[in-house]
Ligand binder design. Structure first.
Ligand code: AQP
Length: 355
């Protein structure tokens, strides 16, 4: 029996400039996990291809995302920062998982429904199979933990379903090759190869919503730049975006329960709470009865305090693209070593001749 050590994988798509949702839902958490885990932080350029990016822009956003990882405080000497396409084993395992996952499972993925919209028949096969590649991203490192925003929970559940089915389908083979780890399935203990991934969702977890529509997720691909706070925005732009953010005409309420039917107010209070590391009720205790004009100014000041140091560091790093490229290359070498070790075993398990 082999052993699994705690390992974290997470990624961001280079489909645009990273925003507050990426920061609060992922990056900020990545930094704290460095102490306790070996971390693999990936710019998932193959996922980005599902939305047909312009090649030059894909390269630019890939470098920018890597620079952002460094700017928020990921230590590239201790952890791997790399772009997904450099480690071909992600694609190889994704194909095997395409043969394990069921179409019915993919049909239930809300992200595909949201992204494909009414154009479902015209969506790429890649967009449909995206969760299978995401499962491969994680499991090619046999990662045990994945820090993600609350919006990605469904994809992590799918990765667990794929791992479970793979382990069950090949359990005898895994045991006979001595590659399994004891895992309980109902009342039975089987030799499983892939771990059951745990999502690491922060205690104060939130889905950051668009500043123009509190029912829509803040997203890189939204056409309006005023719908999102980019981590790289200047103080002036931050203030302007917060001032223009949609709200309602009522003052702030005194309890979180009263935010339920006020999505835009709920979002701004949630952003403040997440940045200040407090809960929404504590924010409301301080600001209840105040108009949005006052709250927005204080929120903008807090955004400046938290984001501007990161934006300045990002700006500095972007002056040196060769350094960014060397970090990505070095990270890919480290990631490939582990991914190849997994794949050698997976090829044996499924019956591919190799060597
Ligand atoms: N709005 C959000 N609120 C909380 N967390 C978020 N994340 C993204 N948006 C929010 C978290 O950031 C990580 C990386 O996400 P991604 O960039 O790979 O993909 P995405 O979730 O599809 O992000 P976007 O901005 O909506 O990209 P586009 O517009 O290109 O599709 C994930 O951990 C996610 O939870």
């Amino acid at each position: 029996m082999s052993e699994l050590k705690p390992l974290v994988f997470s990624g961001v798509q280079p489909t645009g400039t990273l925003h507050l949702g990426n920061y609060l839902g992922a990056l900020r958490r990545w930094v704290t996990l460095q102490k306790d885990y070996e971390c693999f932080y990936c710019v998932v350029d193959m996922h980005a291809l599902t939305v047909n990016p312009v090649p030059q822009q894909l390269m630019e956003y890939t470098r920018e995302a890597a620079a952002m990882f460094l700017a928020v405080g990921i230590d590239a000497r201790k952890h791997a920062i790399f772009n997904q396409s450099r480690v071909f084993q992600h694609a190889e395992l994704a194909w095997i998982f395409n043969c394990v996952a069921r179409i019915g499972w993919m049909n239930r993925m809300t992200q595909f429904k949201d992204k494909a919209g009414k154009e479902r028949e015209k969506a790429s096969l890649g967009l449909f199979a995206y969760p299978s590649l995401m499962a491969a991203d994680i499991l090619v490192y046999r990662a045990t933990h994945v820090p993600v925003g609350e919006d990605q929970k469904q994809h992590i559940e799918l990765a667990r379903d794929i791992a479970k089915k793979f382990n069950k389908d090949y359990s005898r083979r895994i045991a006979s090759l001595g590659l399994g780890v004891d895992m309980s399935v109902g009342d039975d203990i089987i030799a499983g190869f892939f771990p059951m991934v745990e999502p690491l969702i922060p205690e104060i977890s939130m889905r950051v919503m668009s500043l123009r529509d509190g029912r829509k997720k803040m997203s890189k691909s939204d056409k309006s730049d005023f719908s999102r706070i980019n981590i790289s925005d200047t103080p002036d732009v931050l203030l302007r975006k917060i001032r223009k953010a949609k709200t309602d005409s009522k003052p702030l309420p005194d309890t979180e329960a009263d935010l339920v039917d006020r999505p835009e107010a709920n979002n701004l209070v949630g952003i403040y709470a997440a940045l200040a590391n407090i809960d929404k009720n504590t924010v409301l205790m301080e600001f209840c009865g105040k108009p949005f004009s006052i709250f927005k100014q204080i929120l903008a000041d807090l955004l400046v305090e938290k984001l501007i140091p990161v934006a300045l560091e990002l700006h500095r790093l972007k002056q040196d693209p060769d350094y960014i490229d060397s970090v990505l290359k070095e990270g890919a070498i480290r990631a490939s070593a582990i991914a190849e070790k997994t794949m050698k075993q997976v090829r044996d398990i499924v019956g591919f001749l190799q060597g």
